[in-house]
Design a protein around this ligand. Structure first.
Ligand code: A3P
Length: 287
């Protein structure tokens, strides 16, 4: 199916119609944040699901109950997604934990007034591209990626769900309320998950022992998290996600782009990256 059939254009970016009915987008526009809300913000395929596992465990101080009993989409709902408007989020006790794929300039008015805590996850865009390529091949609500060359052009042009990776990252790294935002790299989480869990806990004002931090990190490493049916999307029907084609928790590694992109495609990516990111002073771990 085509973009016109599967996507709506919302605030300038494509969003899949099935996931984001207009009444849910409207609900988000009118949503009221609390100052102690925790908002996980990502460009798709940057590590959202991973954070939906880690952050509830930091809040529960290592009690596994939330991740063993509540599916990740209810545990940390996306504010723009279907069902957000019927989850009674207003009744949830603080601190509430949410996820969003919105660009900075798409955020609702309340975000800029209240300034909740944001955890912004960054990942090497070539790995985001690669993860997306496989994901678009298995999710029925997304336009089939076609060849790597075809998908590369769409990715670099932002003609995919949630638009351009470059615009998303530039918007959030240049956000005004820096003291409310914690930037975390997928690559750093792979390198030393305990260290990352410790930093996240400090930012969230949680004082956890080294033992609890180690327990959380161990539970959230890829091979352990992949076993969690509340987080691996095995409860979702194959009509929606065909995990025979590609698993949602696919490889969980860094640098896998070399297995998908040719040297020419990589050069094409680098040239666009250089041009689009030329004015940014932010220190990216992959630069
Ligand atoms: P790959 O497709 O490269 O494996 P999102 O949740 O934002 O959609 O991102 C999905 C990506 O995060 C997938 O990448 C997935 O495997 C990876 N991921 C999820 N949980 C992970 C974990 N515990 N450790 C490492 N990577 C993880």
């Amino acid at each position: 199916m085509t973009e016109a059939e599967l996507y709506t254009v919302y605030k300038g970016v494509y969003v899949p119609k099935v996931l984001h009915p207009l009444e849910c987008l409207k609900y988000y526009e009118e949503f009221t944040f609390r100052p102690d809300d925790i908002l996980i913000v990502t460009y798709p395929k940057s590590g959202t699901t991973w954070m939906q596992e880690i952050v509830p465990l930091i809040q529960s101080e290592g009690d596994f109950a939330p991740i063993d009993t509540i599916p990740n989409w209810d545990r940390v709902p996306w504010l723009e997604e279907h069902r957000a408007n019927i989850l009674n989020l207003e009744e949830r006790p603080s601190p509430r934990i949410f996820a969003t794929h919105f660009h900075y300039n798409m955020m609702p008015e309340s975000y800029f007034k209240v300034k909740p805590k944001v955890l912004y996850v960054l990942r090497n865009p070539k790995d985001v591209f690669t993860s997306s390529f496989h994901y678009y091949g298995m999710a029925s609500f997304l336009v089939n990626p076609g060849t790597v060359d075809e998908f590369l052009e769409k990715f670099l042009d932002g003609k995919i769900m949630f638009g351009s990776w470059f615009d998303h990252v530039k918007g959030w790294i240049n956000a005004k309320e820096q003291e409310h935002i914690f930037y975390i790299f997928y690559e750093d989480m792979i390198r030393d998950l305990k260290e990352s869990v410790g930093k996240l806990a400090s930012f969230l004002g949680k004082s956890l022992s080294q033992e609890v931090i180690a327990k959380i990190a161990d539970r959230c490493v890829f091979k352990n998290m992949k076993q969690n049916k509340m987080s691996n999307y095995s409860m979702v029907t194959t009509e929606f996600f065909d995990q025979q084609k590609s698993e949602f928790l696919r490889k969980g590694t860094t640098g896998d782009w070399v297995n998908t992109m040719s040297a020419t495609q990589s050069d094409r990516f680098d040239a666009t990256y250089k041009e689009k990111m030329k004015d940014e002073k932010f220190k990216f771990v992959w630069d």
